[in-house]
Ligand binder design. Structure first.
Ligand code: SAM
Length: 266
């Protein structure tokens, strides 16, 4: 297998790995795309925040052949996989390395969108990623997203937003659902998160980038043990309203996995 084929195989395995955590992952992508199509038609520029190896970006570019995407992440190794996976889309995609915990990411995204089409993006989408931000960081992120988007633009964040101590029954039912989902995937031969990263370590062509991304994440404050439960869905809704978004609410839900939605006033 060539290095490129190995990378594409790894991206394929990433998708299966992520589906172990949210089996409805493609349904969640498609709800976002249906909303984009309904509001903006088929010609627009979108930011994929924390794009990883480009799963959402690739699906979006396939579904909307006139659309463009700014794909942002802080992980240089995942971005290398994204570049390999998105190579065939040419100048419809711009891949940007930036830390979403540093508000300057929005300036980088604006510049990249200008390079792509000269217009501000109409949407910011993100999946399975913003739980990495602290509650304060998330509020700041939504504020920066609001300033970045065109008037009438939308933000859609698909992620797990855990039931907290107010909902003990739902929290335990959702945990059992997640455990079952992951077990089914692993029993069927798919990687979990740790197994996927062990696989990366076996590919010499990625070792330098893996060392760099490990150093980056090690240099940041450790991921909080509570990061998965810090921000319930109503925190996201309140943070979006605080950032000036209107029509804020949930567009989709499976147990504790949601798409939260907000729109910039016209
Ligand atoms: C579970 S992955 C999801 C990737 C992709 N959105 C998907 O759905 O497949 C979480 C992503 O968040 C990115 N991430 C975490 N913290 C970040 C930060 N501070 N800035 C930018 N990206 C970050 C990681 O590098 C990783 O790509």
């Amino acid at each position: 297998m060539s290095a490129r084929q190995e990378m594409l195989a790894l991206v394929e395995r990433w998708d299966r790995q992520q589906e172990g955590y949210i089996k409805q992952r493609d349904e969640r992508f498609n709800v976002m795309f249906d909303i984009l199509a309904h509001v903006f038609g088929d010609r627009f520029t979108v930011v994929d925040a924390a794009c990883g190896p480009g799963s959402l970006t690739r699906r979006l570019l396939d579904r909307f052949p006139a659309a463009k995407v700014v794909a942002i992440d802080a992980d240089v190794m995942l971005l290398d996989l994204a570049r390999a996976s998105l190579a065939d889309y040419g100048d419809r995609v711009h891949v940007v390395e930036a830390d979403l915990a540093d508000p300057s990411w929005a300036e980088r995204a604006r510049d990249a969108a200008e390079t792509l089409g000269g217009r501000p993006p109409v949407a910011l989408v993100s999946t399975t990623a913003l739980h990495w931000l602290s509650p304060g960081g998330l509020a700041e992120f939504y504020g920066a997203a609001g300033a970045l988007l065109a008037n009438g633009g939308v933000v859609m964040n698909g992620d797990h937003m855990r039931f907290d101590a107010r909902w003990p029954t739902l929290a335990s039912a959702a945990a059992a659902w997640r455990d079952r989902m992951l077990k089914e995937a692993v029993d069927a031969g798919e990687d979990d998160w740790e197994a996927w990263w062990r696989r990366v370590a076996d590919i010499p062509a990625l070792s330098e980038l893996k060392t760099r991304r490990d150093a980056f994440f090690a240099s940041r404050p450790a991921k909080r043990p509570t990061s998965n439960v810090d921000c319930s869905v109503d925190f996201h809704v309140a943070a979006l309203r605080h950032a000036g978004f209107v029509e804020v609410g949930t567009a989709w839900q499976a147990f504790d996995n949601y798409i939260v939605f907000g729109r910039r006033p016209e």
